[in-house]
Design a protein around this ligand. Structure first.
Ligand SMILES: CC(C)(COP(=O)(O)OP(=O)(O)OC[C@H]1O[C@@H](n2cnc3c(N)ncnc32)[C@H](O)[C@@H]1OP(=O)(O)O)[C@@H](O)C(=O)NCCC(=O)NCCS
Length: 225
């Protein structure tokens, strides 16, 4: 077992606990990325997003090359009451990134833990969506009393381990698999306000996109007449 990124100098300014001030880094075009909480009605779009992942991405996401049937079962069985699922929608309201925050009951550590899993559509990678979803999930977990956020990733999954590392995770490698643990700061008024404001802003963004799409459809339809 060895710890990844131990001697890495590039991110020397990483905080010890998620929720502590993290120096801003240049975002993709300094753009805010709206994240919405998904509900059972989103299952079909969630399924479409996951089925579009190729074999390699399925392997990285689930730890094995999940078949279509296994993905269908996974989506069918997501417990939206216990867990939280977050999504990033593009202009056309296609789901381009999804994160599953699973709240773990009775974790061996005896601590309140949650596990994070994520996937970003190939065409939307490298824009900060993965990291944004991680930060968003960490905020939600923190506000629900979780103090440890876990990520299980294959050791070859540089992008996922980079996201965890940037969030201040301690990463333990066990051969082909790695476990990242991020200690979350305790919830406070500011963290709840942040969740509230982000949620409202993301809902507003979604409604605006919906309106724009409806206008586009009307214009297309009238152009065809
Ligand atoms: C892992 C994944 C979610 C990353 O999503 P993303 O939106 O492209 O990632 P971001 O743009 O937020 O980048 C986050 C960090 O990873 C780095 N990164 C992204 N892609 C990378 C790659 N292919 N190789 C190395 N580093 C990479 C970025 O540079 C960034 O680090 P930095 O801020 O220190 O520069 C995406 O690649 C994916 O969906 N993979 C398949 C499924 C998967 O592996 N899920 C994770 C297991 S649960």
């Amino acid at each position: 077992m060895d710890t990844l990124f131990d001697r890495e100098q590039r991110h020397a300014k990483v905080p010890e606990r998620h929720g502590a001030a993290r120096p801003a880094k240049p975002a993709f075009g300094l753009r805010w990325i709206p994240v919405r909480t998904l509900a059972p009605r989103h299952r079909p779009r969630l399924l479409k997003h996951l089925l579009a992942l190729d074999d390699r991405d399925r392997y990285l996401r689930f730890g094995y090359a999940a078949s279509d049937a296994q993905i269908e079962r996974y989506v069918e069985h997501i417990n939206f009451e216990r867990d939280e699922v977050f999504g990033v929608f593009d202009r056309r309201l296609a789901l381009v990134a999804v994160a599953h925050l699973a709240y773990l009951e009775g974790h061996a550590s005896g601590r309140p833990c949650a596990e994070f899993g994520v996937s970003v559509a190939k065409a939307s990678r490298g824009r900060g969506y993965g990291e944004r979803l991680f930060d968003h999930a960490a905020l939600h977990a923190r506000n629900r009393g979780v103090d440890t956020l876990l990520v299980h990733a294959l050791s070859e999954n540089t992008a996922m381990l980079r996201i965890a590392h940037n969030a201040g995770a301690s990463i333990v490698r066990d051969g082909p698999e790695s476990e990242a643990r991020v200690q979350l700061a305790p919830e406070n008024l500011a963290s709840h306000m942040e969740e509230l404001v982000e949620g409202h802003a993301a809902d507003l963004d979604y409604r605006l996109k919906l309106q724009v799409n409806r206008v586009d459809e009307l214009l297309c339809a009238s152009g065809r007449d």
